[in-house]
Design a binder for this molecule. Structure first.
Ligand SMILES: NC(=O)C1=CN([C@@H]2O[C@H](COP(=O)(O)OP(=O)(O)OC[C@H]3O[C@@H](n4cnc5c(N)ncnc54)[C@H](O)[C@@H]3O)[C@@H](O)[C@H]2O)C=CC1
Ligand SMILES: O=C([O-])CC(=O)C(=O)O
Length: 335
């Protein structure tokens, strides 16, 4: 019996994400929360003959906490998306929404796994952590910034450059760091299957591949031309990540994935701080998922000189974004 909640469920990501979660046979209860339209989305999904019992909630009558009561996992794509010309940092307006949702989770579902999709992830994850800490409900093992779309894109773009696009599902290219531009660090040298040396040693090809993975989000923002950012690919990535968290917690199936987490979540975080030469509190790392969420933080491992240079750039850009999230003070609630 697993209860999942989507916050921001009526949005561009929220709707297809809710659909994919409704199709997950491990989920028995699915609550959809949004400030608009969630009851309609819920009734629509509720006609699908899979186990999950779907209900929609609006803010009225303490709807957020009603939706969250007893949740095992909360997935959060609530907030404004980018338009062309904006950076993810321009979305820091979403911090207030994140703080409100964090408080509702602290009150109603303090043991839930929390998967943060809302941008800027580099800052919104620290916002969640700070609010949860103030309520005594913070468990760093259970808070995840969802960076899965970067991993999904890396597999797709690498398989294409290698000339094997039909093998995209077989590719595993770890992506560490954060979730914006230069903080996104694809580890091409660790790709499985390996990328042929002829491509890795072709500097122009390699640079183009890295840039495409780092700025894949912009590609979608520009193509949608004012109509928002990635929604369908994000929904797939988010539902996949949620499924891995659920499988590890409730079906005993441990896996290793990358996610943006508090490096204090498990002892291995100290080792990563040594590898990155910084005491950054948050980083997207190789996470072993288990019953309680983050079971182990694994090393980044061997990287080459170019990756070391990119790592230094990622660390430099991440510091201020983390600090901005940590320092954010939510506005007092309206009386
Ligand atoms: N982590 C990642 O890799 C990615 C993150 N994103 C981010 O996800 C977020 C959502 O993107 P879209 O779904 O395209 O936006 P959208 O505007 O289509 O949907 C956002 C939804 O959030 C709802 N919402 C607003 N305030 C709320 C609140 N206080 N509580 C609950 N729901 C609330 C809105 O009513 C709307 O339905 C954006 O911040 C975007 O940048 C997008 C793609 C990838
Ligand atoms: O680019 C954006 O604003 C949305 C996002 O995070 C992504 O697609 O990776």
């Amino acid at each position: 019996m697993v209860k999942a909640v989507v916050a921001g469920a009526a949005g561009g990501i929220g709707q297809p994400l809710s659909l994919l979660l409704k199709l997950n046979p491990l989920i028995t209860e699915l609550s959809l929360y949004d400030v608009v339209n969630s009851p309609g989305v819920a009734v629509d999904l509720s006609h699908i003959n899979t186990p999950a019992q779907v209900k929609g909630f609006l803010p009225e009558n303490n709807g957020a906490e009603e939706a969250l009561k007893g949740a095992d996992i909360v997935v959060i794509p609530a907030g404004v998306p980018r338009k062309p010309g904006m950076t993810r940092d321009d979305l820091f307006v979403n911090a207030g929404i994140c703080a409100t949702l964090a408080q509702a989770i602290a009150n109603a579902a303090p043991k839930a796994f929390i998967l943060v999709i809302s941008n800027p992830v580099n800052s919104t994850v620290p916002v969640f952590a700070e609010v949860l800490k103030k309520s005594g409900a913070y468990d760093p093992k259970r808070l995840f910034g969802v960076t899965t779309l970067d991993v999904v894109r890396a597999a797709t773009f690498v398989s294409s450059v290698v000339g094997k696009p039909l093998d995209a599902p077989k590719y595993n290219v770890p992506v560490v760091g954060g979730h914006s531009g230069a903080t996104i660090l694809p580890l091409l040298t660790q790709s499985e299957p390996q990328i042929p040396a002829a491509i890795l040693n072709d500097q122009a090809k390699r640079d183009a591949l890295i840039k495409r993975i780092q700025f894949g989000g912009d590609e979608v923002v520009e193509a949608k031309n004012g109509g928002g950012s990635a929604t369908l690919s994000m929904a797939q990535a988010g539902a996949h990540f949620a499924n891995l968290v659920i499988q590890a917690a409730f079906a005993g199936k441990t896996t290793v994935v990358q996610s943006y987490i508090d490096l204090e979540a498990a002892p291995g975080g100290k080792g990563v701080q040594k590898e990155i030469g910084s005491d950054l509190a948050y980083f997207s790392v190789n996470v072993e998922l288990g019953r309680d969420g983050v079971q182990n933080i694994l090393p980044i491992g061997n990287i080459d000189d170019q990756e070391k240079t990119l790592l230094a750039a990622a660390v430099k850009e991440l510091g201020p974004s983390i600090e901005k999230g940590v320092q954010f003070t939510p506005a007092p609630p309206k009386l």
